[in-house]
Design a protein around this ligand. Structure first.
Ligand SMILES: [Zn+2]
Length: 410
């Protein structure tokens, strides 16, 4: 691994400080003795580090009180309001700005709409304006913004903060990081939106305590966040997780990506709508009978399914089974046993998931382990939470690398 800091007193000091801060952040209220037991650091070291952290405002003490067992030891707590994070989620018609504290609790939000198909310059201006506004507001209150996270659909060079390509937005080579840092000197992390969502699920949702899982987004597209050994796997150039383009059918339906028979064509929203309409042609009892795909959106099919419309339910069931077949390839490739479903996977869970499960339980590894398919715990908020999680994860990581920012890096 390149970019490792050299061994030094400063490195050791930063490491110990991060270790103590993370104990307090994730387990607090916690006593100095407990931190010492958990970390192996001496009580005198803990006391010295805690004093510094209190002085710097990262933590605070909880007032001592009497309990039935006698005097209660003083506990240390993390100050989640030490600073704030701006999260930016870019969608096809709007940009969602989220302000969160250091525990990922959202304290403010703004939505700025733009015309679909706008250039990246137009959207960049919206972003820069909003960032200026939020900085002056937060700084005016005597607080600091510690970083900006951006989630965007497409292939992202996370190292340099550049969106290389987004077929959804029609943008190429957008240097979010350098554009933002031209107006304001703050760490900026850019990542693919599904990866950001996956990170949120890993830190705050159904992926907590899981070292390996696949987060599957089923919507207009089919994509996945891949978590391996507790880290998001990005691949050679940030494009990992394009499971929607696993080939499901030899010489099947053409896909916009240039291949034929892609999974996406057999399980995305468009498939569900078109399949439901096709089935409805021969079923006069269906709410969707005699309708065209200009009149019917995925929400209409979902509503129909809720009312028990057999045609709508069948379309979902088929999409679920197809999705499951595609997922078998991912499961076999990574030996992953947990699938977390997002988007339609949450909203239409009852008609999709059982069939996904049906398909994956016939996979190679299901002979050895139970494969679990569960739904996202975060739902739609995961998209926004993910953008701030990108920064929070960096801030509290072990400060081992020269080129990555943390709260403690001398
Ligand atoms: Zn494709």
């Amino acid at each position: 691994m390149n970019g490792l800091r050299k061994g030094s007193k400063a490195l050791l000091r930063d490491l110990n400080k991060t270790l103590v801060l993370n104990e307090i952040r994730t387990k607090g209220p916690i006593s100095r003795t407990e931190i010492s037991q958990n970390t192996g650091l001496s009580l005198s070291s803990i006391t010295r580090i805690a004093d510094q952290l209190i002085k710097e405002g990262f933590i605070y003490e909880e007032g001592e009180g009497e309990s039935t067992g006698g005097r209660r030891p003083i506990h240390l707590l993390f100050n989640q309001y030490y600073g704030y994070i701006i999260g930016i989620k870019i969608e096809v018609r709007k940009v969602i700005f989220t302000l969160s504290n250091l525990n990922g609790e959202i304290v403010a939000k703004a939505i700025k709409e733009y015309v679909k198909g706008s250039s990246s310059n137009v959207v960049m201006d919206i972003i820069l304006n909003e960032i200026r506004l939020w900085f002056s507001k937060v700084n005016g209150e005597g607080k600091e913004i510690l970083g900006i996270g951006i989630g965007v659909s497409g292939i992202v060079d996370t190292q340099n903060g550049i969106l290389i390509n987004s077929s959804l937005l029609g943008w190429n080579n957008v240097s979010f990081k350098s554009e933002i840092q031209r107006i304001i000197d703050v760490p900026v992390i850019v990542d693919n939106d599904v990866n950001a969502y996956t990170l949120a699920e890993m830190m705050y949702g159904a992926g907590k305590n899981l070292d390996n899982f696949l987060l599957v987004e089923c919507g207009i597209g089919i994509g996945a966040g891949i978590v391996l050994n507790g880290e998001i796997y990005r691949g050679e150039f940030g494009g990992a997780g394009e499971i929607g383009h696993i080939i499901l059918e030899k010489d099947g339906a053409p896909c916009y990506c240039g291949q034929k028979g892609c999974l996406e064509r057999y399980s995305n929203e468009e498939f569900i709508v078109n399949r439901a309409l096709e089935l409805a042609k021969d079923n006069s009892n269906s709410i969707l009978h005699n309708k065209s795909n200009e009149q019917v959106w995925i929400d209409d099919v979902r509503e129909a399914a809720k009312y028990g419309d057999k045609v709508a339910i069948k379309a979902y069931n088929e999409a679920g089974y197809n999705l499951g077949l595609g997922l078998v390839s991912a499961i076999n490739l990574f030996n992953i046993s947990t699938i977390i479903m997002a988007d339609e996977g949450v909203q239409a869970e009852e008609w999709l998931t059982p069939n996904v499960l049906n398909a994956v339980t016939n996979s190679f590894f299901s002979r050895y382990i139970d494969i679990e398919v569960k739904k996202s715990e975060l739902g739609n908020i995961g998209w926004e939470l993910g953008t701030v999680a990108l920064v929070i994860k960096e801030l509290f990581q072990v400060p081992l690398y020269k080129d990555r920012f943390t709260l403690y890096s001398s």
